[in-house]
Design a binder for this molecule. Sequence first.
Ligand code: 2RA
Length: 338
Amino acid sequence: MHDTLAVVGATGAVGRIVLQQLETRDFPYKRLKLLASERSVGQEVTVKGETIKIELLAPGAFKDVDLVIASTPDEVSAEFVPYAVEEGAVVVDESAFWRMDPSVPLIVPEVNPEAIADHKGIIASPNCSTTQMVVALAPLHKACKIKRVVVSTYQATSGAGLAGNVELMTSTQKVLDGETPASKTFQYPIGFNLIPQIGSEKFEGYTSEEMKLVYETRKIMGDDNIQVCPTAVRVPVTIGHSESILVETEQPISVEQARELFGAAPGITVVDDLQGQRYPMPRDCDGKDDVFVGRIRRDISGQGNGIAFWCVSDNLRKGAATNAVQIAELLQQSVATA
Ligand code: 2RA
């Protein structure tokens, strides 16, 4: 067991769910330390019946810490992770800062748990839209080798933190009141709207959010030949990212085979009955840890072997907090068997 666990960013949208997950999954530790920026220091949070005061995230804070689960902005992660590792802690980091560093494993426990063995003190958890997609792609890739993926995302406002959800509510109310909504977190008012931009331009007209789907997918799946064409869209939904995914495989794949592969894979729930009007929707996936897959169809557009499907997951859970706690559980197992 890791004796002292630290959670960094415990008061954020994801950090709060990390703490819930420690309770519901009964994650073992002897002592829990909560660290955050100056703004939250002194606040009290109750976890597993114990009330804990938030301490300042600063050099020296990790001297007595074995394991860290961190959910902070990239720039905060860039600064604190090196000194946390220097002070002897292993860090499971949910920010984007370390993900593509070749010395840092990028882990989705259902897909590449073995890669964790190479860690040098930092383990990264992927972007939410990548995590749910690779959980769904992994069984198809194993059976039929994926050549190409075309994905359009429908991403919830909580992907931009608590402020994103507040902006959705105020923006929607303003529209209902006949007023002009303001927009601070998003580029445009999100109430009654869709915004086809998440992040800034990164490569040939693709955004940073879209290029995460390209680069992170290849790293996690261990295959640089997988071609990904992404479009990422912000939608007026508070929790649950949805994705429309078209996969082209090297070997033939049937709808029945895809349904069986999804059904047998860890972390996937299949909800696929168009006639019965049953398919995954964000409102049904909110608060659940699985990745939900439905609308499984043959690709009727191409000459190759293709499958189209719809995939939904709670972006704050499997997309962030749950995946990070699962990574920490993997580390616990390796400590227990060492
Ligand atoms: C978003 N994927 O939805 C981002 C959060 N990491 O904005």
